[in-house]
Design a protein around this ligand. Structure first.
Ligand SMILES: Cc1cc2nc3c(=O)[nH]c(=O)nc-3n(C[C@H](O)[C@H](O)[C@H](O)COP(=O)(O)OP(=O)(O)OC[C@H]3O[C@@H](n4cnc5c(N)ncnc54)[C@H](O)[C@@H]3O)c2cc1C
Length: 214
């Protein structure tokens, strides 16, 4: 695994999805380290001073995407407690932050046997680590994503998911607490107006073989 590096970055873009959910694209001062799908970064609002080596308070976020030239990286975050409230106030286009990455190990590819189906479960921003996996995986394994959202407006990765919905080995069960008529995506998808619950997931897993095209 690549050694974590500390990199200064600038906020290039912020998209607000309402209800305290944001996607931020950072432009990095140097190339972002190579990372594997599912890995995460540390984000610090305060300046890191390399002469002291002291890393300021930070929070970790899944790496949601990275440009091919590795000069742009994005995260999705949801405002919850102290630090994310601070982020919401402090970050605007042009703000400076420090990032430290990559961290963590994604185990899906490691443990998935040939012919097994990967059953992925995500709620809200928790889908972030799966996005690079879906984009990079190139796996022939079947992948079933069970994804729960409050409403369709919070479907941050619509483009990325639409791009993989046409693949025969991918199936999406989308759970919306509030149904809307704005669902325009099609392909291997079932949209349900329900909470993503353990029982629903178990039913989906049992049904999974039926979900895929023959
Ligand atoms: C591997 C990994 C990846 C992650 N990826 C993401 C991501 O992509 N996007 C994302 O948004 N988050 C992600 N997180 C979570 C993120 O790191 C933060 O923990 C989260 O955003 C909350 O930080 P905070 O400063 O807002 O909350 P903090 O103030 O640090 O509090 C943490 C949680 O505890 C709750 N809490 C705080 N005080 C109390 C209290 N007194 N009593 C009860 N509950 C309390 C808060 O409401 C909050 O939910 C990830 C975490 C891990 C470990």
């Amino acid at each position: 695994m690549a050694n974590p590096q500390k990199i200064r970055a600038e906020v290039k873009k912020i998209a607000s999805y309402g209800q305290g959910v944001y996607r931020i694209v950072f432009k990095t001062e140097k190339k972002f380290p190579r990372f594997k799908a599912g890995q995460f970064l540390h984000l610090a609002l305060d300046t890191f001073d390399p002469t002291t080596g002291f890393w300021p308070e930070s929070r970790v976020f899944s790496i949601a995407s990275c440009s091919d030239d590795r000069k742009e990286v994005s995260i999705v975050y949801s405002v919850k407690g102290v630090y994310t409230k601070k982020m919401e106030k402090a970050l605007s286009v042009g703000s400076s932050v420090w990032l430290k990455a990559p961290y963590g190990e994604f185990i899906i590819s490691k443990y998935l046997e040939e012919d097994e189906t990967a059953v992925l479960i995500a709620g809200g921003t928790g889908v972030s680590p799966f996005i690079p996996f879906l984009r990079q995986s190139g796996t022939s394994n079947k992948i079933q994503l069970n994804y729960g959202l409050r409403n369709k407006d919070l479907m941050i990765f619509e483009n990325e998911l639409t791009a993989v919905l046409g693949q025969d080995n991918f199936y999406l069960n989308l759970y919306l607490e509030e149904m809307s008529d704005k669902i325009s995506i099609s392909g291997n998808i079932t949209v349900k107006e329900e909470l993503l619950s353990v029982n629903n997931i178990l039913d989906d897993v049992q049904d999974k073989e039926k979900s895929f095209r023959p």
